[in-house]
Design a protein around this ligand. Structure first.
Ligand code: CU
Length: 827
């Protein structure tokens, strides 16, 4: 509208010298905080027309707006549209070697690999010569963690930068005993030394691509498998494409926790290989024993076939061929029939319509980004944080500050676990720890306009693992944006003339969001860290993707919900574990619980009538065991980490409160199968003393390691250390049970599938810091005593940049046209 005002001024006063229209002025307005943009000026034609004509045009426009066109159409007479190149809105890259938080580069990974391969004492096979998982090999190279105090000293300017080092995961099957060895190799600039860190039993190693390749190869040795599948299910696993027709069976792999047999085994569930396979189960499972280091010794030790368990594959075949097993034939799902593949596909062909539709609403930034990204640093007018990317658990936010004050040292997702239940042997014991696949490499490319607003900044992640040992660039796998939630962050409308007055004060809620989405097999998890202007930080998970199913039977009825004729979705529990290393005014903190309880009283002023009311008591938790909190609704609680020494102006200790509406009751008893691998899930909240050797609560081995967990969270509490005036870490578990229903087909929708916890200032500030926001508005009746007065006084910020842009007409078609490099190629 400013431009329109200028147009009118120009008309009335004539064009000013060095007209403010056009590029020159806008260039001076564009700061480094703004997105690169291309002004497009479409001057309206009424510059030389009389004022009456201007008003007429406005009137016509309003009429058109009212009758037919959208608001945007009307406003399109304003002269500027800001264009943002979606695929190029990357963060500034930095080659600053003095940045402790900088991602490990491909060059650095290569120099680490070169150092290890060239030094014969490490006894490693070069990837080119790696034909089998049973040779010594490197699994992954990533940035090693630094001691917290060293990092704090460095960012405070009190110490030099800690040495950047790599953590290298090495498979040593040829050592006795076979192990997975973590090596700390450094310095990254010129690798010269390697220190042995943790060693892990080889049988709980991460599943590698060579191992999967060996698994498929070994399965192909079972020549009768294809015959049985074709005879009974109308499809095959290996020779499944005939005369251009594809009728294939695929497998879903569920590692079996060592809690059950102590050996390395994997359940293989069979599904029809059509979109999407997890919705098209075949009633057959194979338990593959993979305990040997020689894959030719692997064998199918148990077969589940149409509701019954049998012995080895050979025993099963003998019974089947001998007519001892009655088969119920399943047919390959046909297109267009009932629960057919097409009916379940995510592709829903669009009808051809001659009537143009209105587009859905858009978000846009009138003056470009209000934050700056440099390397792995994000800085807005309020918030500041850095991030690191891990192979196992994805992004970790580090050094979170509110207006310069350090609040959180680390905020990160530690593990995603899913516990299934069922009658059949696979779902009865399936416990998944998704970091075993590496959450980092499951950070898929994000689609502007759907996964994140189209105005977001899209960032890449550099990760080394498995097939991409030398480092792969995961394009557009993180997005950052300011979000207009369409909700006031705060507001009050008072309409009490002659009393409290007539006024309104409010502030739109425009938090900053850091988002990544993990696509782990069939499920998609949207992870958000949300930063609000009042100092609140929210960690939030939304779920989407496909559910896992098995063939419906009577025995499964109490564990499943039938979601089609041939598929039953299993009840399961989603669990997410987070770490919040909160530092309130330094690292000397306490943890207190404010318990709400009932107090019985009698009302003197009402004939001593009995009355119950709430009260609270604060309890200081003195040790780690006292601070491990288990699910209970009996006593409502508020959990606060605070500094005893630092108080607000009212004398209250400054603190941060941890709250959640997503605390789930795990139900399963301790040490029940897979449960021991996720002992963190026993506690909705646990507060421990920070230790550099307790950096993470889980590991990539958790899916196998319940017999002897590699990272035992319960062990963090075992020493029951004093936690008063110590550096404290909060470990937070959120989750929910999911009983799939027909609406979860084809995809689980994010609405109603949101889980979160918040970290909120608790007397940290002396009043609401969002009052400092320049985006707040205030208006009041000038004279609240005069009910006839219609005069309004108001306060609005009036120095926003002039060059307001209209939203770009973002074309998803253009993005898709350029998108193949994001989606169709290997990282
Ligand atoms: Cu689910």
């Amino acid at each position: 509208m400013e431009d329109m005002k200028e147009e009118i001024t120009e008309f009335m006063e004539g064009p000013a010298e060095n007209s403010s229209h056009g590029s020159p002025k806008r260039e001076t307005l564009t700061s480094e905080w703004n997105t690169r943009r291309t002004p497009v000026t479409r001057k309206c034609l009424f510059a030389s027309i009389a004022l009456n004509a201007v008003l007429s045009v406005l009137l016509i426009c309003l009429v058109i707006l009212f009758i037919h066109f959208s608001w945007y159409t009307c406003l399109s007479i304003t002269p500027e549209v800001c264009l943002v190149d979606q695929l190029q809105s990357k963060a500034d890259d930095t080659d600053d070697d003095n940045d402790i938080f900088k991602q490990i580069s491909r060059h650095e990974i290569q120099s680490i690999l070169h150092y290890l391969f060239e030094n014969k004492s490490f006894q490693l096979s070069h990837p080119e010569s790696l034909s089998h998982f049973s040779q010594n090999s490197i699994y992954a190279v990533e940035l090693a963690g630094s001691r917290k105090q060293d990092v704090l000293d460095y960012i405070s300017g009190n110490a030099p930068m800690p040495e950047r080092e790599a953590k290298v995961t090495v498979f040593y099957p040829l050592k006795e005993p076979p192990i997975v060895q973590h090596l700390i190799v450094g310095p990254l600039s010129k690798p010269a030394k390697a220190i042995q860190d943790t060693a892990i039993p080889y049988k709980v190693r991460q599943v590698s691509y060579p191992e999967l390749w060996s698994l498929y190869k070994r399965l192909s040795d079972y020549k009768e498998l294809d015959e049985i599948l074709m005879e009974n299910f109308g499809a095959a696993m290996f020779n499944c494409i005939k005369n251009g027709t594809k009728k294939c069976v695929t497998i879903h792999k569920t590692p079996l926790s060592s809690a059950y047999t102590g050996e390395r085994k994997m359940w293989l569930s069979l599904y029809y290989d059509i979109e999407y396979y997890t919705l098209h189960p075949i009633d057959m499972f194979l338990l593959m024993n993979m305990n040997s280091l020689n894959s030719s010794d692997w064998f199918v030790e148990t077969v589940w076939y149409q509701g019954q368990l049998y012995g080895t594959f050979q025993e099963f075949i003998t019974l089947l061929r001998g007519g001892k097993i009655t088969s119920l034939h399943q047919r390959f799902p046909e297109s267009g029939q009932g629960s057919s593949s097409l009916a379940r596909s995510l592709w829903k062909p669009k009808p051809k319509s001659k009537t143009p539709r209105k587009r859905p609403p858009l978000q846009f930034e009138p003056n470009g980004h209000r934050y700056m990204i440099k390397g792995e640093l994000l800085q807005s007018e309020i918030w500041h944080f850095r991030w690191k990317i891990n192979l196992s658990n994805g992004p970790r936010l580090i050094d979170i500050r509110f207006k310069g004050e350090k609040i959180i040292y680390e905020l990160s997702l530690q593990e995603i676990a899913v516990i299934y239940t069922g009658h059949n042997p696979v779902f009865a014991t399936a416990g998944l720890a998704d970091s075993s696949e590496g959450l980092g490499i499951r950070m898929g490319s994000l689609v502007p306009g759907v996964d994140c607003p189209s105005h977001a900044s899209f960032l890449d992640a550099q990760i080394s693992s498995g097939d991409f040992l030398e480092g792969a660039n995961y394009l557009n796998s993180i997005c950052v944006f300011e979000l207009n939630t369409g909700l006031p962050l705060r507001r009050h409308y008072c309409n009490s003339p002659g009393h409290a007055g007539v006024f309104y004060g409010g502030l739109q809620s425009t938090p900053l969001v850091f988002r990544t989405i993990f696509a782990i097999g069939n499920y998609d998890y949207i992870l958000d860290y949300v930063f609000y202007e009042n100092g609140v930080i929210e960690a939030r998970i939304h779920q989407s993707g496909y559910v896992l199913t098995s063939f419906p039977t009577e025995q499964e009825a109490i564990y499943t919900m039938n979601i089609s004729e041939n598929a039953a979705g299993h009840l399961h529990l989603h669990l997410f574990h987070f770490k919040a290393d909160i530092d309130v005014m330094g690292t000397e903190n306490r943890y207190a619980v404010y318990e709400v309880s009932l107090q019985n009283a009698s009302l003197q002023w009402a004939s001593n009538k009995a009355h119950s009311k709430f009260k609270y008591n604060s309890h200081l938790k003195r040790t780690e065991r006292e601070a491990a909190f288990k699910f209970s609704f009996d006593t409502p609680k508020q959990h606060v980490i605070f500094s005893e020494r630092h108080r607000n102006i009212f004398g209250q200790p400054r603190g941060y409160r941890i709250s959640s509406n997503s605390w789930a009751n795990k139900l399963l008893p301790e040490n029940n199968g897979f449960e021991k691998s996720i002992s963190w899930a026993r506690y909705q909240l646990a507060i421990t003393k920070q230790k550099d050797n307790e950096q993470t609560s889980s590991s990539m081995n958790a899916i196998f390691d319940a017999a002897e967990p590699v990272v035992d969270f319960e062990g963090f509490l075992a020493d029951d250390e004093n936690i008063v005036d110590k550096d404290l870490v909060a470990w937070i578990t959120i989750g929910d049970y999911h009983l799939p229903t027909s609406e979860d087909v084809p995809n689980v929708a994010t609405a109603g599938k949101s889980l979160s916890f918040t970290l909120s200032p608790f007397n940290y500030f002396s009043s609401d810091p969002s009052m400092e926001s320049l985006d707040g508005i205030y208006m009041a009746k000038e004279d609240s005593l005069d009910s006839s007065s219609e005069l309004i006084k108001f306060d609005l910020y009036d120095n926003y940049e002039e060059n307001v842009c209209l939203p770009e007409n973002f074309q998803i078609k253009e993005f898709v046209g350029n998108g193949s490099k994001l989606f169709m190629q290997a990282p």
